[in-house]
Design a protein around this ligand. Sequence first.
Ligand code: MG
Ligand code: MG
Length: 257
Amino acid sequence: MIHLKTKEEIELLRENNTLVSLTLAEIGKHIRPGVTTRQLDRIAEEFIRSHGAVPGFLGYNGFPASLCISVNEGVVHGIPSDYVLNEGDIISVDCGTFMKGFYGDSAYTFAVGEIPADVRLLLDTTKEALYKGVAQVKAGARVGDISAAVQSTAEAEGFSVVRELVGHGLGRKMHEEPEVPNYGAKGRGPVLKEGMVICIEPMINMGTRQVVFERDGWTVRTRDGKPSAHYEFAVAVTRDGADVLTDFGVIEKAINN
Ligand code: MG
Ligand code: MG
């Protein structure tokens, strides 16, 4: 069943997703060649705890870290490690928080120094696909309207949409109904209602849409080894449109300084 949230509950979700955005901004300041993904994870955990929350992913189904960090061909669910970031890498950082009974969940793909133009296009297109999906959100629209907008934006540039992983409802649980696929047909799927809070999170590959699940039980990567990007917003559905609970503004301000 789909849990509709009260205004007060939406504010608690906003608090969580604001903290996620600030955590991603903090991480963004530390992303540079020579840093390990484990160092970024430690920074995030301390930042989240110092703001009165707990990392939403740590221990979730046994996940061993506070951030999911997926480098280059990593799609999602990468485990922070001793991997040292190189100039030209991209890293998708997914962050969750839990406080006051609710979760936050958002993701951003960062460039490490200068990246090739085709990879920059993948990042920009994936973010654009997210924004196009969000623009479909309002009470009375359908999940498929979001899915179709994301898919057509990605495929217009020749990129492909991962099918195995999807967006989701967000609330007292990290993953609630409904599922929010990044592919599908306009006019299909559950009707969006005021008070629904959903995560829209395109995972877009430069090459094949096929993915491989690694033996570590978590990491998902592209089958062809080409790069993948991931951006995620939590949004509340209103009569007039999407009330975006995630703030990429603070992240982009941090990385452009
Ligand atoms: Mg996420
Ligand atoms: Mg999510």
